[in-house]
Ligand binder design. Sequence first.
Ligand code: GDP
Length: 455
Amino acid sequence: MSDRSTIFALSSGRPPSAIGVVRISGPNAGVALKALIGRIPEPRKAALARVRDPASGEVIDEALALWFPGPHSETGEDVAELQLHGGQAVIAGAFAALGRIEGCRAAEAGEFTRRAFQNGKLDLTRVEGLADLIAAETGAQRRQALRQLKGLIGERAEEWRRELIEALALVEARIDFSDEGDVPENLIEPALFVAQQLRSKIAACLTDGGRGERLREGLVVAIAGPPNAGKSTLLNRMARREAAIVSPYPGTTRDVIEVHLDLEGYPATLLDTAGIRESSDPVEQEGVRRARERAATADLILWVTEASADEATTDEFGQRAMKSEVWSIRNKIDLVAGGLSKTESPLVKDRINRSFAISAWSGLGMDSVAGALAAFARNYFAAGESALVTRLRHRQAFEGTIAALDRALGHGATGREELIAEDLRSAATILGRLTGRVDVEDILDVIFRDFCIGK
Ligand code: GDP
């Protein structure tokens, strides 16, 4: 349903800032612009303008004004943009003036992009790419988001859907004209051949080991080990020494500490499992359960022990996290006079891929841990750098398409044409949901929920 209101929002960061970009989109964008600056500038050319409150005539600010008449604008509607000074009162003044203009109202989160989608400017995968680009914290995440915004998965999916529809047309031709003499007999075989080819192409995209999804979320590195081994100290040191650290924040419960690291462009979340404690608060218990689950599926575990300790024993957590790579971190080497004599406990040893000796307290040996982490991330992501699938939604769409294709292929060349057509049609529909071609009202809210206001 197209909403005929004209929306406006601050699209730049929170005031005060040097410049505040206010965007206006909708049928009355031109009216609004004229009311505020007295004229409509030449399309797509920046114009210096005095912005006035239309009611009082008072000058609010001097700004750059831009005019993008639809449909060749970001939303597909008429769009005006004011680059004001980013002061609180300036923006408030402009908003008050805009709010009084007929048909104008403040935009909801993601509403500009939603209109762009509804006007066919962006398919759903590009909308997601845009959301990812805004959320990207590292270079590799940015590159992946930009590829998706440029249509890497969307264009491929559309191409496949077109091929599917052509195959479907063959089957339907066979059904519709089966009584007439001039329709060739063997239309089903070529249709199934196309379905088979498509199936392999789509299946190939799913063999990326989830790298694309992982790149969006980041590798999970869990710090584990016995109490007092120095886990929190290690996390703090890594958080501090990493110049590229993005955002330290408490995790799902206030006891679980997570920091986001930028490992030479690749994202990682470092978890301190020392913070995962039992709690009597049911909300926290749920948080603890999730944190444990998350840590147990970590890509890498840094198993921290005291270098002077007799033996490192694995705990319940260590047992559960069987799939991860484990690195042994012998900590507090500053306390060990004659160097390291103790060896790893047999239980842990079996699973250890690498060993480091450090002092989290003095920083000794930390360079090699940091370097190894960066190499680990590089290795992990290198193969998946151009992964098509970046979300579970994509994976499910591809899996659903494959399942429908399998059903179609299962009927065989001598199968009932109506059934083959039905399954090919359902494959095309599932694929169409990926780009938002068909029937997606129900997923729109989920996708646009992640957007900020002004986007
Ligand atoms: P956690 O329980 O594993 O998180 O351990 P903490 O990080 O809280 O550290 C336990 C104690 O060991 C604290 O008093 C730290 O200051 C100390 N500690 C941590 N790392 C080192 C280290 O490399 N050398 C020395 N001498 N003490 C350390």
